[in-house]
Design a protein around this ligand. Sequence first.
Ligand SMILES: Nc1ncnc2c1ncn2[C@@H]1O[C@H](COP(=O)(O)OP(=O)(O)OP(=O)(O)O)[C@@H](O)[C@H]1O
Ligand SMILES: [Mg+2]
Length: 203
Amino acid sequence: MGSAEITVRKIQKGTLTNQECLDFALKVKNTTGRIARIVGALRSLARKDFDDPFIRIKVDDLIQSVMDLVTEKMETNQIQFIVEKYPRELEIYCRPIQIEHVLMNLINNAFDAVREAEKRVIRVEIKTLPKNMIQIIVEDSGPGIPPEIQDRIMDPFFTTKDVRQGTGLGLSISAAIVNDHNGRLYLAKNQPQTQFILELPNN
Ligand SMILES: Nc1ncnc2c1ncn2[C@@H]1O[C@H](COP(=O)(O)OP(=O)(O)OP(=O)(O)O)[C@@H](O)[C@H]1O
Ligand SMILES: [Mg+2]
């Protein structure tokens, strides 16, 4: 808004140079782009998905939808995307769109982490736990998360990415969704590779 105001004032005075015009316009463009992404992310949280019914769904169906969304992007970027074998009949009780959203956030974070790494592998593993819980692990071969920021990664707006890239809302929105499912989302400690663990009750 400040840049737009200065631009208007300078045009009225007849003192706006081409370079200033370009600088101010780029500032406005980048900032509104960022605002649009934040609003988009917040809308997805506020969206009616929170009113969607909980249904019983095969984990296989969830994984297949996620694969449809990511396979091409992984191939194009020469990232090995592995889904370990899991029992086909496994089911969870959830709002599927929201859980897909969480998985996409985790996979996109993994994607950003490995994109520039020498070894580019993202691995998804699904396990059953006692007490009717299932665990979906998203692991990547990226550089990891420095210990000094690990406590902050779930905070809203915390990001280490370029302002044009990340809103810092991915993990906080995912955590809100998972809490609403009586599940847990956390970064695994003491693992050789970065692992985010999503735990959900299957009934
Ligand atoms: N797999 C990962 N490897 C390394 N760092 C990660 C990983 N996942 C998350 N992070 C760190 O946590 C921060 C917060 O992640 P979060 O998903 O909330 O936001 P973001 O990815 O920066 O932005 P957005 O999700 O809006 O694109 C990231 O900026 C990054 O520093
Ligand atoms: Mg993210």
